[in-house]
Design a protein around this ligand. Structure first.
Ligand code: ARG
Length: 454
């Protein structure tokens, strides 16, 4: 018989163990703190469960929580270890508690499965990281709005198909990108709400013949409510991460278009914007180079995050109901997605704070054609029907002269145009986003802190 390796759930062929464990011993380190907190809530609930004899007494629950607090501290110091024979963080925590507390450690998994345990760990981890990410998104929106407001009416030749189109402004450009980002909060908030549900108590996906208080566990962990149906709760794993990645991909799409605009407008041929030199990288051969690598990487990372969302969707597709090990493979993807989007938001916010403009080059972009539509509209104001005016200007393009960019910017006063931007509304929206993130993060932290002894 081939050699086997002993695990807490039985003997397994070492090659099979290595393949099935995959990256879990590394990835699960990110979940260690959340696994301890989820366990603290579960043990608290077990100690209040009306069964005789009790599964664990309140004193025993307190002893478990003291050990869990030490494990959390160990994890925060980066010293928590997961062995291959543990397979994952859940078994590593149980092993450590058992080493310290003996039989008491062997009781903590009563009424729980790793399926609902990992699902709750993921949701706590997502909540923590998503709130951080939303804070960075608000900061980038704020940075873009500050930049836009500082150069509000500075003319910028608007483009369609990348061709000169119509008079616009730096304020319109910057607040346009900022507003797109603020609108992503609809998707991010939806992902947050979907994630804010507690799967614990569903166990393997079919519940247990014990009087579990699922509402108590959900409240202790600060979730909005339990996922009611136990089978549904087991299937919500993966769906949760897919919804998150979908919102993350949408958010990245906003960033990549911003990055692309910055690459183009900072090219020497345009020179509208100046990227700070220390935000560009050099060439090993061409001494003159200051390249916008960071913006190119925002573009490539957008493609990667879209791929991650797609990978999550296709992992779920055609997977039967109930837990399947496929779900483990979504873990690394969502973690990488969160980290990628967050770092992209952060670096762009720093860049926005240092971005400079060249008003001369911006005005020089106003070639006569940029005024063509305005010229036709002047004829309309004098009574010419629109289509006639359009054709007149189109057949006399060579007669078109460049107008005054500043006048053109001042002339568009309707809502959201160059002279009609509502900066106070933007300020309110960004403040509201910041306030919501801050409030949620503080409430979440308070719940987590209350779970374990200081
Ligand atoms: N590491 C596993 C995962 O991420 C934990 C759950 C294992 N459950 C099981 N039934 N094998 O999915």
């Amino acid at each position: 018989m081939a050699e086997t390796q002993q695990t807490i759930t039985g003997a397994v062929d070492p090659d099979v163990l290595e393949y099935t464990v995959g990256e879990d011993p590394v990835l699960d380190l990110e979940l260690a703190e959340w696994d301890c907190l989820g366990t603290a809530a579960h043990v608290t609930m077990l100690s209040r469960m009306p069964v005789s004899p009790p599964v664990v007494t309140p004193e025993e629950a307190a002893a478990v929580k003291r050990e869990l607090a030490l494990l959390v501290a160990e994890s925060r110091r980066g010293e928590f270890r997961i062995l291959e024979s543990d397979q994952d963080v859940h078994m590593a925590v149980e092993r450590r508690l058992t080493e310290k507390l003996g039989d008491l450690g062997r009781k903590i998994h009563t009424g729980r499965s790793r399926n609902d345990q990992v699902a709750v760990d993921v949701r706590l981890h997502v909540k923590d990281r998503l709130l951080g990410l939303m804070g960075e998104a608000a900061a980038l929106a704020r940075g873009l709005l500050r930049f836009g407001r500082a150069h509000d009416r500075v003319p910028l030749a608007g483009r369609t198909h990348l061709q000169p189109a119509m008079p616009s402004s730096v304020g319109t450009w910057a607040s346009g990108h900022a507003e797109m980002l603020l609108d992503q909060f609809f998707a991010l908030e939806a992902a947050y709400s979907m994630n804010d549900l507690c799967p614990l108590g569903s166990a393997a996906g079919y519940g247990v013949p014990l009087p579990l208080d699922r509402k108590l566990v959900s409240d202790l962990l600060g979730f909005a409510r339990p996922i009611h149906n136990v089978f549904g709760a087991s299937m919500a794993r993966g769906e949760d991460e897919a919804a998150l990645l979908s919102a993350l991909a949408q958010t990245m799409l906003v960033l990549s278009r911003l990055a692309e605009d910055l690459i183009i407008f900072s090219m020497p041929e345009f020179g509208y914007f100046r990227l700070p030199r220390e935000y560009c990288t050099g060439s090993s051969i061409m001494p003159q180079k200051y390249n916008p690598d960071l913006l190119e990487l925002v573009r490539s990372k957008t493609a990667l995050v879209c791929g991650m969302a797609s990978a999550a969707f296709t992992t779920l597709h055609a997977m039967p109901g109930g837990y399947n090990r496929d779900l483990q493979d979504v873990k690394g993807i969502y973690m990488k997605g969160l980290a990628t989007v967050r770092s992209s938001l952060r670096i762009l916010a720093r860049l926005a704070a240092r971005l400079e403009i060249d008003p001369e080059r911006l005005r020089a972009g106003f070639v006569p054609g940029v005024f063509a539509t305005d010229a036709a509209l002047k004829m309309v104001a004098a009574g010419t029907p629109w289509r006639e005016a359009y054709h007149y200007v189109r057949s006399h393009l060579e007669d078109l002269s460049a107008g005054d960019p500043d006048e053109a910017v001042a002339a568009k006063t309707h809502e959201g145009a160059t002279a009609g931007l509502d900066w106070d509304m933007y300020e309110k929206r960004v403040a509201q986003a910041e306030e919501s993130v801050r409030g949620r993060a503080a409430a979440f932290r308070a719940r987590m802190d209350a779970l374990l002894p200081a």
